[in-house]
Write a new protein. Structure first.
Length: 132
């Protein structure tokens, strides 16, 4: 036996846990996942040229789930899925600073019981049409 039992067990647990190569993901997904660090570093250098990337994937024989060359949108969505699955948010931004919340103004009922009991606490009167 050339493999160590731990490595065989890791492969078995991945397969049983639905994370093996036959878990519904495309060859493109698995390529991106296996080369995640390199692709992440390259993408961090600037804006991604997905059209060129798709051409390169096709040249390397990397396909979508149907065995066809991946489309640009497929590659973008697959990359987003890989980033999500790897647990590293793409373009991670610092957390927003806590903004203090303004307290609610006191309600009329709680500020003065006399005002709350009156049907017209501020003495407003309906307007009259002009000329009548």
């Amino acid at each position: 036996m050339s493999k160590r039992p731990e490595k065989e067990l890791v492969g078995l647990t991945k397969a049983l846990g639905g994370r093996g190569r036959h878990s519904g993901h495309s060859p493109l997904y698995w390529f991106m996942r296996e080369h995640f660090e390199e692709l992440q570093a390259a993408k961090a250098q600037g804006r991604a040229d997905w059209k060129s990337a798709v051409e390169e994937f096709s040249r390397l024989g990397i396909t979508n789930r149907d065995g066809k060359p991946p489309a640009v949108e497929t590659a973008k969505k697959t990359w987003a899925r890989v980033v999500k699955d790897m647990g590293k948010p793409e373009g991670a931004r610092p957390a927003k600073p806590d903004v203090p919340v303004m307290p609610k103004p006191p309600s009329v009922a709680s500020s003065s019981p006399d005002l709350a009991a009156s049907p017209n606490p501020f003495g407003f009167r309906p307007g009259k049409p002009r000329g009548t």
